[in-house]
Design a protein around this ligand. Structure first.
Ligand code: DGL
Length: 361
């Protein structure tokens, strides 16, 4: 009969070998969680209201990034998350200076081996603008995801926590690499170029009219169905690393009975570029055309956009752009055309080169 102590030794060795094999298998099976940095800038996602039913009339930009992270402990299941409070503002106050500082911080972080992706929490009012600006100046293929909320953190069924969870898992996903800057709201994945805020308060406010979103986030996974055909991030010619400011570009609106007063004022104030958000296909009222011509003669770059918000702005359609030496915005809305023109003017004042940029990005 096998001596008892020898039997016990054999069993102990067998148990150890099983434990070692299991640990080794676990080692192989569980890939490292991605390292995702959350850069917090403020907005409603960080907002608080007086009661749980306060969904308007709340205060934006009051909750700090660590509390945003603490409110979603599930984040730890999808990524190793760290947080930085880069600003704490309502996004209607976002400025060129904020954008330059944010872009430089994003590029510095993404250059680090130990950062796999970035989430930027942001007010929804100018979220689409910050997203498009970063889409043109981020120098990495790693995921950058912007996220906001339509309800403050204190509200019943606040959308911030689930939007933040979805954004972090998207930023941690290899499938999001190389897709450009993305926006993740309401379980949908949108590109920075096409997304726009379409409703003052509903949860489905962020849409990509006509050209459409590129995927969904469902059950803790991103599902992509297409991607942008326009250049972005590492394929962009724009670089803000040495910039301390951006050229002044203003938007003037077209409407019935418009006068050139606003246009003349921004030109007099030193605008280097004008986005004319015209009616229809960018039509120019006879009353403002002389002021636009005069602005162009002074060297101000003029871009014809539309207030309509969808469709191609046809060159030489509602105006003779070749003769006037104007640029057309293609399908960019006025606020995004302004961003591209600001960056274009950091590279050139040649209208033909700038028109190329509007057909490239
Ligand atoms: N003040 C607005 C902003 O910070 C609140 C809207 C929001 O964040 O949803 O953009």
């Amino acid at each position: 009969m096998m001596h008892q102590s020898k039997r016990r030794s054999m069993l102990a060795i067998a148990g150890f070998m099983f434990a070692a094999a299991t640990a080794a298998q676990a080692q192989v099976a569980a890939p490292r969680l991605a390292n995702v940095t959350i850069l917090a800038t403020g907005g409603t996602i960080a907002g608080t209201g007086a009661t749980s039913t306060t969904t308007v009339g709340y205060t934006a930009a009051t909750v700090g990034v660590q509390n945003l992270i603490k409110a979603v402990p599930e984040l730890a299941k999808v990524a190793n998350v760290t947080g930085e409070q880069v600003f704490q503002i309502a996004s209607e106050n976002m400025s060129n200076e904020h954008w330059l500082a944010l872009a430089k911080r994003v590029n510095a972080l993404l250059a680090q081996q130990n950062v796999d992706g970035i989430v930027i929490t942001h007010g929804t009012d100018t979220l689409e603008e910050t997203a498009y600006f970063l889409n043109l100046v981020v120098k990495s293929r790693k995921p950058v995801v912007l996220v906001g909320a339509m309800r403050p953190s204190t509200a019943l069924s606040a959308d911030g926590p689930i939007n933040l969870f979805n954004s972090v898992l998207l930023a941690a996903s290899p499938d999001a690499v190389g897709k450009g800057v993305l926006v993740a709201m309401n379980d949908q994945i949108q590109t920075a170029r096409e997304v726009t805020k379409t409703n003052t308060s509903t949860l489905d406010s962020f849409r990509s009219p006509e050209l459409g979103m590129i995927g969904y986030i469902q059950g803790g996974k991103p599902f992509f169905y297409r991607q942008s055909t326009r250049k972005h991030t590492v394929d962009s010619e724009f670089d803000v690393s040495a910039l301390q400011s951006l050229p002044q570009v203003d938007i003037v609106y077209g409407y019935a009975n418009v006068s050139p007063v606003a246009l003349d004022a921004v030109v007099a104030a030193g605008a280097k570029g004008i986005i004319h958000a015209g009616v229809g296909n960018g039509s120019l009222a006879a009353k403002v055309l002389p002021s636009l011509k005069s602005a162009r003669q002074k060297g101000v770059l003029v871009v014809r956009a539309s207030r309509v918000g969808q469709g191609i702005l046809a060159r030489n359609g509602e105006a003779n752009d070749d003769e006037l030496d104007f640029v057309v915005a293609d399908t960019l809305n006025a606020q995004k055309a302004r961003i591209l023109l600001m960056l274009a003017l950091t590279k050139t004042s040649n209208s033909k080169d700038i028109q190329r940029m509007f057909y490239t990005y």
